[in-house]
Structure formats: structure tokens, C-alpha cells
Design a protein around this ligand. Sequence first.
Ligand SMILES: Nc1ncnc2c1ncn2[C@@H]1O[C@H](COP(=O)(O)OP(=O)(O)OP(=O)(O)O)[C@@H](O)[C@H]1O
Ligand SMILES: [Mg+2]
Length: 149
Amino acid sequence: MVTHNRVIVELAAIPENVGVARLMAAMVAAQGAFTVAEVDEVKLAVSEAVTNAIVHGYRGDARRMVRMEATLDDGTLEIVVADEGRGIEDVELARQAAVTSDPERMGLGFSFMEAHMDEVHVESAVGRGTRVTMLKRPSARDVAAARGS
Ligand SMILES: Nc1ncnc2c1ncn2[C@@H]1O[C@H](COP(=O)(O)OP(=O)(O)OP(=O)(O)O)[C@@H](O)[C@H]1O
Ligand SMILES: [Mg+2]
């Protein structure tokens, strides 16, 4: 089991790269003490954050890059998804369920991230970009199992 690792990737802002980001994050999570179900939760949260960067941050401008960092620090997984796009005017409002700037969408991305991760932090500035930091700790039972105790 790996307790410390760090992977940083930059992805062109195209929908096809959501899957690439999911895989990278899942591979780092799987090195730690996370269950298959927990790794799936990480994949879902990453999908939402990277999709937001592509769709809202860059509005599908394929020349822009989304940055993802996946860090295992003493067993805790930290995922950072950052763009240098449009930014969010009112982060507190945007994080609420069913709040969206696009009537075609559900406005549930941030709610999913919160449901699947232990902590979600959002920093954003209009015209400067958005940085979403998500933490997930393996459940204690799983850590004990992974250590064979
Ligand atoms: N990276 C980002 N850059 C700019 N705006 C963002 C970004 N991420 C989220 N937002 C804003 O926050 C709102 C809420 O995001 P959220 O992911 O919860 O819902 P959604 O993307 O609108 O819908 P869904 O995720 O259900 O498809 C978005 O509609 C958008 O206005
Ligand atoms: Mg979304």
C-alpha cells in the first residue's frame, strides 16, 4: 500500500479528457487503502470537477488546460482540479443543489462532490479561474484490513 504519492496532469479542455482525469485519480486512489466503492466515488467527484472546468470555466475552449493534482499524504487523498477560466461570482450560491447557470444542466455537480468526498473547498475569482480541492480519507476499517490487522 502506498501512503505518499503525487501525480500532476494537465488536460486540454475537451470532454474526452474527463475519462483520462478519472483514470489518473482512480489509479492514485487505488494505491492507497481505499475500497473499490471509494475509488468509484473519487472517480465521480473528479468527473464533476473536471467537467465543470471544461464546460463552465473554459466553455469548451479546447486550447485551454485543466490542471489536476492527485496526492496521497499519509493515506489521505487530496484531489485538486484547477482552471484559469471565467471563475464563479458567488461560490456559496453555486455550491447549492439545483443552482446552475445553464438551464440544460441539473446543478448537482458540487452536491455530488460533497456527497462522495470528506471535504470540498472551492476558491474562485471572476476572470481568474477556479480551484476545487477535495479530500478523502479511507474508512478506518479499510485501513486496518489493508494493514492485515
Ligand atoms: N470551474 C468553474 N468555472 C466557472 N463556473 C463554474 C465552475 N464550476 C462550477 N461553476 C458554476 O457553478 C454552477 C454549479 O455547478 P454544478 O457542477 O453544481 O452544477 P452544473 O454544472 O450547473 O450542473 P451539473 O453538474 O449537474 O451538470 C455552474 O452552473 C456554474 O455556473
Ligand atoms: Mg457541474
